[in-house]
Every structure is written in structure tokens, then in C-alpha cells.
Design a protein around this ligand. Sequence first.
Ligand code: CTP
Length: 400
Amino acid sequence: MLKGKKILLGVTGSIAAYKAATLVRLLVKQGAEVKVLMSDGAQDFITPLTLSTLSKNPVYHQFVLNNQGEWTNHVELAMWADCLLIAPTTANTIAKMAHGICDNLLLATYFSAKCVTLVAPAMDLDMYAHGSTQNNLTTLKSYGNIVLPVANGELASGLIGAGRMIEPEEIISFLQTHLVTNQALKNKKVLVTAGPTYESIDPVRFIGNHSSGKMGFAIAEEFARHGADVTLISGPTDLTTNNPKIKRIDVTSADDMFEKTLKAFSKSEIAVMSAAVADYTPEKVSITKIKKSGDELHLKLKKTKDILAELGKHKTKKQTLVGFALETNNEVANAKQKLQKKNLDFIVLNSLRSKGAGFGFDTNKITIIDKLGIQTEYKLKSKTEVALDIVQKIIAMKHV
Ligand code: CTP
């Protein structure tokens, strides 16, 4: 399945570097053309000769003149590749990638690359769990990189936990997903909503909710990775996106989101509404700060417009409309009702009763129910993997 694909494999200094030999062998067996870049540290764990023999290509690690007197050019290497796969990736390299530190050939190639980059972290459990590493991984994702999960198990230190590099076979499977399906939605116009809405009470207070926007941002990134032109309409969130295929429009209130979303919908072929839109907003917004007085304060709220239901009314046969349902009880029945009432092609149900699912988590557990009544339950996955399931469902439905 990787026949003819040009894979640049970056290897950094982790004990998991020994698995790079298997990785190269599997890639070559799949028909890929492989070139290997090594950091200095990687060479303490596996020799360039091994990887050069298996890849049938020279191994690059320094900015040096080769035997023909040519300069090893990181830009040329970056342009050659269909994919840069860094496996294993140490905490040190992850930190440098996140912060623009470019002190070896592998990093210079990464910063020059326009192709998709997959990062397979490998480190001890506490290094992986450290806030700094986790923040760096989030930063890498926001730059459009694909961060692969780590495996649980015995680590080189003897400790047991999460941090091992996933097996070469699993890495190949991720690679296939991201490279082979990559352009299935090329130039399709896609609209995604994400995050919470804030409904002002007065100049200093608002009614909001706990949505982080992570699910919607992951969906937008996944569409972009499949070649789509994405408009992402987001409520207030700290998340960033730097993918050039994503045009981001920031909004604050439900009303604001309604207006911008409706406008963008007419030009969209696919719309996925994952925002947690406020259902009610203060009837009146005080222009001055409400002063403390009395023991109770009563706020009168009015209903907001249901954006998704409105899109459902305007939807044409050529458009695909997907909604979310966040439920705490009677999950399937409620989701089915929303699917029908809002005229959706399918609904993504997540229950707050599922462990690891919901606001703020990096994971989610979903059930997709489509308009034909087909119900598919997925296991607990990272939000990036869930986003891929949603995008693949759309591709399967549309046969695009
Ligand atoms: N939604 C919307 N506009 C609203 C409310 C919800 O577009 N004013 C969308 C959400 O983005 C989501 C879907 O509708 O895709 C379902 O949202 P949810 O909050 O689960 O359901 P509601 O329709 O608001 O119903 P309820 O709160 O009663 O469960």
C-alpha cells in the first residue's frame, strides 16, 4: 500500500531506535522508498550501516560534503519526501521541534518540510507524563503534525507505564491511513464549528460551558489532512491552528456563531457542527457592571437560535450535515431524535457517562448513528483518532 511513497525516516537517540531496523524493512517490503536521517544520539543505539543496508540508501546525519563533494541539503531532502516519520522521537527532539530549535540535520529537515510529519514518541513514563512534554506534543499537533500514541508496558528503566514507542507494524498502519487517504477530500469545502460560546451578562461576566474545542479542532485538522479547504468557526479557546488549509473565524456568542456559520454553509459541501452552543442567553445585557445588591439575583434568559437545525432546513442533496449529541441519559433515543429533527446525515453521540469522554479530555468515546439507522460504537480513542473515524465515515457515505 505504500508503493512508490517516499518516506524520510528520522531516528533519534532512544533505546527504541533498534526498532528502526524493523521499520525500514517493513517500509521497503511495502514498496516505499526510504531514506534515513539520524541524530548523533541515535547512532549510540543503532549503526548507520544497518539502516543504510536495509534502506539501500545512504544514511544522513551531518551537514557535510559527501564523497562527490556535494553538500547534504536539508531542503532537498525535505522536498523529496512524501512523509517525514520520526520514530523514535525523544523528549529532547519533541521539545526542539515545538520551540524552533534547529541544531542538527534532522531538525533542519523537519523545519523545511512541507509534507506530513508523523511523530512516534518514546521515553520513560514520567518524562512522557511531564507537563512540559505534554504541552510540547500539543504544540506539535497545532502545527499540523500527527503525534502517534505511545504504548503501555515495561520501559527500559524497568518501570511500567505509558511511554514505549508503538510497534513498527502499528506505525506502518498509521502511515498508511495518513498517506493513502490523504487527498480523498481534495479541495472539498468543509465547515466545522468548535468550542463553547460565551453569553454576556454585563461587561465583565458571561455564561459559558466547559468545552475546550479539542474535538472540533481535531476534526478540522483531519479534514485538512485529507486535502479539504476547511473553515473553522470557533468559540473562545486557547487552541491554535497553523494549518494553511484551515481558515479560522473566531466568534464569541451563539448569535455571532449563528450568523457566521449560516453565511459559510451555503459555500460548503460538508458541515460538522461540534460546538457546544449555549441554548439560552441573557435577555438583556447590562452595559454597566451589575453591582452586588440583595441576596438573590434573577437573570432572565431567552432561547438562542439552533444553528444546526437551521442548517438542516437549508441543506441541499449535495451537502452532508453532521451534528453532535452530548447526553447524560437516554443517550441513543435522544441522539436519534436530534438526528431526525435537525435533518442530519449522521450524529456523533458522546455520553458524559463514558469514562475518558467529554469536555477537556484528550480522548473521546463515540457512537455514530446515521440516517439509515446504522449504529456504530467506537472504543475510547484519542480525539485525533476519533476525528479520523468521523472523516472516514463521511468519505464512506459520499464515496468521495
Ligand atoms: N447546536 C447548535 N445550536 C444550538 C444548540 C446546539 O448548532 N443553539 C448543535 C451542536 O453543535 C450539536 C447539536 O446541535 O451539534 C446538538 O447539541 P446538544 O447540546 O447535544 O443538543 P441540543 O439540541 O442543544 O439539545 P439539549 O441541550 O436539549 O440536549
